[in-house]
Write a protein that binds this ligand. Structure first.
Ligand SMILES: Cc1cc2nc3c(=O)[nH]c(=O)nc-3n(C[C@H](O)[C@H](O)[C@H](O)COP(=O)(O)OP(=O)(O)OC[C@H]3O[C@@H](n4cnc5c(N)ncnc54)[C@H](O)[C@@H]3O)c2cc1C
Length: 393
């Protein structure tokens, strides 16, 4: 096992912190909290200018040839700043990994180049009102009509659809075959007539969307991968994503780190009654448990990306990391919120909110993170079956 950062890792962290000081201003964070849109175009373009949208990609493809471990350093620093990244950047780069591996030359030239330049986002239109975990059951239909596909249906949780140029849409193209075999992935421009986007605010404060498609027409070459091979495209893309430094578990570690650092600072302050929270054994215990959770989260993620970089199947390891990180975030924020007492319930809009309401926000966000990218229950089943060889529950 070799988790060593490169010699340049400290320099990367310093460069990221400099970048954060310039681009992740309190206004940028406040705007994302107010709107629920976890994306800021100026910040996104600045990341693109640094070649940080896909730092592990080869330089010829707009990256920096960075190792996964160094990319994790970059990601950790950025997410610990509270920057709104998990909307635009993370979702779009998930789509980009699929396009890069399985897109046509035309799709790469038209779409990938704009993504890497920081000029366009791609939303993911997989989940529907009646299927999320069992995504192969999608009902949105795409029917071939001459040189076009005609799409009718509805998608739920199409995060960033209101900012994206395209949506990667999982559609049913053959209803007669077993569900996994009748799916096709289409790349649909969001400005097509017949698309309606309605906002949905989540418990975590994040804005996502419900999207409707009525007689939406796209050309035959909008197919990603092959017709009726949408399941293969989806699973390839998600596996690639989970194995990278931008995988689901990693993006939550920054939040844990930030919450812990701010809680430590709070605990060391003297209250108006002349006491320091850190002098109470209950507070020290909570902070110590949070520190252990953070350490384990980091090691699980490092192990997962290290295995991925060796070309090993990491579906179980990445699931373990995502499951642990998101549940750790829930545990830690719930525990630290209790330490803050009633004041901890004030949100970021209240001037009296401790740490500008950050723990309160992270507590609500923590609940949502255990749902997307594979819910905790589904991941436990996967770990039990594939990791431990247990029978299907
Ligand atoms: C903030 C947010 C953003 C999202 N963004 C996107 C996006 O951009 N694009 C997109 O396509 N989707 C997105 N999603 C959808 C997300 O992927 C789904 O919510 C998730 O897959 C769960 O599906 P569901 O909501 O339909 O719940 P269900 O699948 O109906 O699950 C309901 C409950 O049943 C449990 N459950 C389901 N199946 C099993 C099983 N086999 N065994 C045991 N328990 C089970 C689940 O764990 C959960 O507790 C987003 C969701 C959220 C909350």
């Amino acid at each position: 096992v070799d988790f060593s950062p490169s010699e340049g890792s400290a320099a990367i962290a310093a460069e990221v912190r400099e970048f954060i000081a310039e681009h992740v201003t309190p206004e940028v964070i406040r705007q994302s909290l107010d709107t629920g849109t976890m994306h800021n175009w100026a910040l996104h373009r600045a990341l693109a200018a640094k070649r940080w949208l896909a730092p592990t990609w080869p330089t010829a493809e707009g990256g920096l040839d960075m190792s996964e471990v160094d990319a994790m350093t970059l990601m950790n620093e950025l997410t610990a700043s509270g920057a709104p990244l998990d909307g635009g950047w993370i979702i779009t780069m998930c789509a980009a990994s699929g396009l890069r591996a399985m897109g046509t030359e035309q799709q790469k030239a038209e779409v990938l180049s704009k993504i890497i330049a920081g000029e366009a986002l791609v939303a993911l239109g997989f989940s529907e009102p009646d299927c999320g975990s069992d995504v192969a059951a999608v009902r949105t239909r795409a029917v071939r009509d001459g040189d076009e596909w005609v799409i009718n249906g509805q998608k739920m949780f199409t995060t960033m659809a209101h900012e994206a140029t395209w949506v990667m849409l999982l559609t049913r193209t053959d209803p007669e075959v077993p569900k996994h075999r009748g799916l096709t992935m289409l790349l649909v421009p969001m400005d097509c007539p017949g698309i309606v986007v309605d906002p949905v605010r989540t418990l975590g404060g994040e804005r996502t969307n419900v999207t409707f498609y009525t007689d939406v027409r796209v050309p035959a070459h909008a197919v990603l991968g092959e017709v009726n091979k949408g399941w293969e495209f989806l699973t390839y893309m998600l596996t690639e994503e989970r194995g990278s430094a931008f995988g689901a578990g990693i993006s939550f570690m920054g939040t844990i780190r930030r919450v812990l650092a701010n809680s430590l600072a709070w605990a060391r302050q003297t209250t108006s009654e002349g006491r320091r929270p850190i002098d109470q054994s209950a507070t020290r215990r909570r902070l110590a448990l949070a520190a252990i959770d953070l350490e384990v989260s980091e090691l699980l993620n490092l192990r997962s990306i290290w295995l991925g970089s060796r070309g090993e199947d990491i579906s179980v390891d990445a699931s373990v990391a995502k499951l642990f990180c998101t549940e750790a975030l829930q545990r830690i924020t719930s525990d630290l919120l209790e330490s803050l007492g009633p004041a901890g319930l004030l949100d970021y809009r209240s001037p009296d909110a401790p740490h500008a309401g950050e723990i309160e926000h992270a507590f609500r966000h923590g609940a949502v993170t255990t749902i997307y990218g594979g819910s905790s229950e589904v991941l436990r089943s996967l770990i039990g079956q594939r990791g431990l060889g247990l029978p299907r529950g």
